[in-house]
Design a protein around this ligand. Structure first.
Ligand code: IP8
Length: 252
């Protein structure tokens, strides 16, 4: 089983707050075609991009409980998910949308439970589950946001993934502009100052949030890669288990 995340910064223009123009249709098509080259036993998670982060910020999510904010933000990320699912289908795959709002429960912002069985059945049947960053109900905070960056390590562990790959629009974890080949939790204090947020609107933590999630996964014994999915060919490489970008692994 492989888990791939494609960041919202690839699929949308996160600096464009007008959602009508924010989808990057040609990038969505390219990503779908690259995935179609290595689609075996795959679960895809995509970021919410401006479709999620712009309405979430507007309604003050996750700190502010807003029924309207939850509905508008969810509907908006579902629209991006539709575009991704359609592109994957046009690329010859058999994708199915899986909306975290309906299968994830949070506790204090972290995934408390997840109905993973339908995803397992989909993969067994040669279907491609396509999840995304979403709003979700939270038992302690009423509602929250579940980032794709949190879904990836959770699913990787729950589904015993062999490959977990997180594609963003930079070459990995950058220190002085250069991607680190490998990173462990021990490296964290010395590189923390380099871990910027995201360009554009982001309510879930940018590169630092991503790395912390993947370090937790490494602690659980599953290595992952953070790579540049905007460079053609890298997605297929990452899905073949090739080293692209930064490998996040367990300290010895
Ligand atoms: O883009 C965020 O998901 P992410 C989800 O994967 C929302 O961090 C609703 C902003």
């Amino acid at each position: 089983m492989k888990i791939l995340k494609i960041g919202g910064s690839i699929l949308t223009d996160k600096k464009n707050e007008s959602l009508a123009n924010a989808a990057r249709h040609s990038e969505i098509r390219r990503v779908a075609e690259e995935i179609a080259a290595r689609p075996e036993e795959l679960v895809l998670v995509h970021g919410a991009g401006s479709f999620g982060h712009v309405p979430a910020k507007k309604y003050g999510l996750p700190d502010n409980f807003s029924a309207e904010g939850l509905r508008v933000t969810h509907n908006s990320v579902v629209r991006l998910n539709d575009l991704v699912v359609d592109a994957l289908s046009e690329a010859g795959l058999s994708p199915l949308p899986v909306h975290p709002l309906s299968c994830v429960l949070l506790k204090d912002g972290r995934i408390e439970s997840f109905a993973k069985e339908p995803i397992e059945e989909m993969v067994k049947d040669g279907l491609l589950p396509v999840l995304h960053g979403d709003v979700a109900m939270d038992v302690t905070r009423r509602a929250g946001i579940v980032s794709g960056d949190q879904l990836v390590p959770y699913l990787a562990e729950a589904l015993h993934a062999k490959i977990a790959a997180v594609g963003s629009n930079v070459d990995g974890v950058l220190v002085d502009g250069k991607p680190m080949a490998k990173i462990t939790r021990k490296d964290l204090p010395s590189i923390e100052t380099y871990l910027g947020g995201s360009a554009g609107v982001d309510v879930t933590g940018g590169m630092k949030g991503k790395l912390l999630e993947m370090l937790d996964l490494a602690d659980a014994g599953i290595d992952s890669v953070i790579f540049n999915a905007s460079k053609k060919g890298n997605i297929a490489r990452a899905l073949s288990g090739e080293t692209v970008g930064t490998t996040v692994t367990r300290s010895n």
